[in-house]
Write a protein that binds this ligand. Structure first.
Ligand SMILES: Nc1ncnc2c1ncn2[C@@H]1O[C@H](COP(=O)(O)OP(=O)(O)OP(=O)(O)O)[C@@H](O)[C@H]1O
Length: 271
């Protein structure tokens, strides 16, 4: 495993992994009933690619992410990250949720250093890695503060730095900016795009915002269906975002956004 050292201008040692999901099925048993949350989901993500997942509530976006994270077991099909079957959570996969999940009793630096310290890295190296990622998210002046002293946007920055400090090869993000105001959200989106370019880490990003998906992703996966529609969640379409510039006001951007919006709103059964 490479350490989180700056190499050739890159933040990480270049850890990145591809994702292979083939005919994934996920069933839940609730109240004695068998609910098929998703069926026959196939998705390949190349190493270093940024893929966003959108779709109406209940179509299985979070379930897909949780299966990739190893928090949930697939009921059927193949789920591999970097060629290895996913059976449990692991340090190769970093997960960022909407609620920042920071340790409130640790400072920003201690939160970010937590993973490297647990790996048993020497204290000086741990601190260097923590400071590198705190700087990457622009929080140098807040390293000694505690989460409770920070705004929501700053706490989410810490959460991202903490995950990156573990040098993941796959970053899984579930509505990470969902609780933030519009201005903070667009600032963090730009920062995430830059960080993705610098790290080359593969990203799977779940969002309700089609604009956010088009702004961030190389490809947007549109899911549909879900238990409440009587059809298991499935992949309806995968839309490449072939835009050189990500200007949310440009006609090209709006055209991709409109196409994805139409796909998301298409009634279930026709897709
Ligand atoms: N632990 C569980 N037990 C039973 N059913 C579940 C469980 N978790 C999810 N489900 C069901 O699986 C389906 C997919 O849920 P999931 O949360 O993945 O959807 P989603 O697309 O992320 O929704 P949202 O956009 O509202 O977050 C839903 O029908 C949900 O009720």
């Amino acid at each position: 495993m490479s350490s989180a050292t700056a190499t050739g201008g890159h933040l990480l040692g270049g850890r990145t992994a591809d994702v292979r999901v083939e005919r994934l099925t996920k069933r839940y048993t609730s109240g004695g009933d068998d609910v098929v949350a998703m069926a026959d989901v196939t998705l390949h993500v190349a190493s270093g690619e940024f893929v966003a997942v959108v779709g109406a509530s209940g179509c299985g976006k979070s379930t897909l992410l949780r299966v990739l994270a190893g928090f949930e077991r697939a009921s059927g099909g193949v789920v591999e990250v970097g060629g290895a079957a996913v059976t449990a959570p692991g340090p190769d996969r970093g997960v960022v949720f909407q609620d920042y999940g920071l340790f409130p009793w640790l400072s920003v630096r201690e939160n970010v250093a937590y993973g490297p310290a647990r790996k048993g890295l020497p204290r000086a190296e741990t601190r260097r890695i923590a400071d590198e990622f705190i700087a990457a998210v622009g929080l140098e002046r807040f390293a000694a503060k505690y989460p409770g002293q920070l705004s929501g946007g700053m706490q989410q920055r810490v959460a991202i730095a903490r995950v990156l400090a573990n040098d993941p090869s796959l970053l899984l993000m579930d509505e990470p900016f969902g609780a933030l105001d519009a201005l903070t959200r667009s600032g963090l989106q730009a920062e995430l795009r830059r960080i993705h370019r610098e790290t080359g880490t593969t990203v799977v990003f779940v969002t309700h915002s089609i604009e956010e998906a088009v702004y961030l992703a190389d490809r947007v996966v549109v899911m549909a269906g879900g238990a409440s529609h009587g059809v298991p969640g499935h992949v309806r379409a995968v839309v490449p975002v072939d835009l050189a510039e990500r200007d949310v006001t440009s006609p090209g951007f709006n055209a991709v956004e409109r196409r994805i919006t139409a796909l998301v709103h298409e009634p279930v059964g026709r897709g």
